[in-house]
Design a protein around this ligand. Structure first.
Ligand SMILES: C[S@@+](CC[C@H](N)C(=O)[O-])C[C@H]1O[C@@H](n2cnc3c(N)ncnc32)[C@H](O)[C@@H]1O
Length: 487
């Protein structure tokens, strides 16, 4: 993990990567763009004043051989998930489709799945992920991270490459992959992203710049392709962005505080990143999917369901929910597991009973919960444990189901005894386990909120919980800090 990709680096001395992206259709500028290190390809069907004159003969040829269809103007519905080996043929096909153009890669022959297997296996979801963009079950693009330079001090900097299926360029696929990388970088321990792009590939440079990248280095004529010297531009972005770094507008910088490496400064960055993530999800199809789930089955705010979905999708480890009720949060988490492509276990504890409620009243919680999970086709993802969180039988069942695995996300929305439930399962929390704890806030103190909030505040005070924000009506969001590394 973390080495240069041997296969692609073969044709790229010093391990430079290739990338392919597409220009945003909103700007109606470029319809096809490929960017890379030693190779470049720009293709488009119509010119615009701000890009006129950048396209060489190759680009024109490429454009003519790839006429734009009406479909290409639409934004595509997609999910971004970790790639699996089964995706490799599609990944390689997308890569290979750029080879004959001679505009993207110096590779002269198509590569093979076998040749790239080792390279693919050097990625990992937690450190240097490899993501695919999937639409209607089809892989239509991919993005990978790799170590920028091998020395330890560069650990926080990753180089990214993006490729998009030629049939889906111009539909914001590359942009969304890139945006996802920027958002996810802090939770991957990445503090800076770089992309290497040929100097003449203006649309790709502009795409990166539009997403907050700045030109950090210019290497004139360092690449020779078919006898033509190519310049190389290194674009970079701190994650989250620094205000002081240039013209990029971003959230207020923690660099204005005296020490950027204090826990507070890191927490502040992470909080901003989380808010940004939530904002992005509002433009994804999952937003409307979860809106329906909320209306039918949940007492939680939609933003909280979205965060639960997000954490379930990105967390390392399994998921424990205490207080499933009719399954609103359970289903959001199950969708996250589904879209992660991993076999994470989702355990939901619920004792059952009846509830009088205008919208969500039920005479039999467990019966309705099981029905709702089945309707949403997530029964197989959810391990339902019937009982109260603190009963010995429930604790045994949780331990038995988890096996040796840790919990990477806790959803706590049962009664007021937050500390009790955390104590029951704290020995199974992964370091940095995501925590979603409801009933933290209410305009009038009530029986549930006052003790819940006191418990959470005490755990924060003790350094066991790290707050990252307050969402929806009453939900506290943060991370577990009680692991060995923090004691
Ligand atoms: C507010 S509801 C949960 C709402 C749910 N998160 C949603 O998305 O709508 C609280 C649930 O916790 C359950 N509960 C109460 N005490 C519990 C305990 N000790 N262990 C597990 N669940 C409990 C209740 O039966 C109830 O269904």
């Amino acid at each position: 993990m973390g080495k240069y990709h041997p296969g692609f680096a073969d044709s790229q001395p010093n391990g430079e990567s290739f990338a392919v992206s597409e220009w945003d259709t909103v700007n109606a500028v470029a319809d096809r763009i490929c960017f890379g290190v030693a190779d470049v390809c720009i293709s488009r069907h119509k010119s615009s004043s701000d890009h006129a004159g950048w396209f060489d003969a190759h680009a024109d040829e490429f454009t003519r051989s790839n006429p734009k269809s009406a479909q290409e103007t639409e934004t595509v519905n997609l999910i971004i998930r970790d790639a699996a080996e089964v995706d490799l043929p599609a990944i390689i096909q997308i890569y290979n489709s750029t080879v004959p153009t001679r505009m993207v890669t110096a590779e002269l022959e198509p590569t093979t799945v076998e040749a790239r297997l080792q390279w693919f296996r050097e990625h990992s979801p937690e450190q240097y992920p490899f993501w695919v963009a999937e639409s209607d079950g089809r892989v239509i693009g991919w993005l990978d991270f790799k170590r920028f330079l091998p020395r330890c001090a560069y650990r926080g900097t990753a180089e990214i490459s993006v490729y998009v299926d030629e049939n889906f360029r111009g539909r914001s696929v590359g942009q969304r992959l890139l945006q996802h990388a920027i958002t996810r970088a802090p939770s991957l321990g990445i503090t800076a992203l770089v992309g290497l792009i040929f100097g003449q590939n203006q649309p790709s440079l502009k795409l990166f710049e539009r997403l907050g990248f700045e030109r950090w280095a210019f290497l004139p004529g360092v690449a020779q392709l078919d006898g033509v010297q190519r310049d190389l531009v290194m674009l970079g972005q701190h994650c989250p962005p620094r205000c002081s770094a240039g013209p990029v507008s971003g959230p207020v910088s923690v660099e204005t505080t005296s020490n950027v490496n204090t826990p507070q400064a890191r927490g502040y960055k992470e909080s901003l990143s989380l808010m940004h993530t939530l904002m992005q999800y509002r433009h994804e199809p999952i937003h409307s999917e979860l809106l329906k789930i909320r209306d039918k089955y949940s007492m939680l705010h939609l933003d909280v369901l979205i965060l639960i979905y997000h954490f379930a999708k990105i967390c390392s480890g399994n998921i424990l929910e205490i207080g499933a009720f009719l399954g609103g949060a359970t289903i959001a988490a199950a969708f996250g597991v589904r879209d992660s492509g991993d076999n994470k276990k989702l355990l939901a504890i619920e004792p059952g009973g009846s509830v009088k409620h205008k919208r969500l009243g039920t005479r039999n919680i467990l019966r309705d919960l099981e029905r709702n999970l089945a309707r949403q086709r997530v029964s197989k993802i959810v391990n339902l444990i019937k009982g109260r969180s603190f009963d010995a039988a429930t604790i045994r069942a949780v331990h038995g189901t988890l096996g040796r695995d840790k919990i990477g996300l806790l959803i706590l929305d049962a009664d007021a005894a937050k500390r009790r439930d955390i104590e029951c399962y704290r020995n199974r929390f992964a370091d940095d386990c995501w925590m979603v704890i409801d009933d933290y806030y209410g305009a009038d103190s009530n029986e549930k909120i006052t003790p819940s909030r006191a418990d959470v505040d005490a755990l924060v005070e003790a350094g066991l919980l790290k707050p990252l924000g307050f969402y929806g009506w009453s939900t506290w969001v943060g991370r577990w800090r009680g692991g060995a590394g923090y004691r």
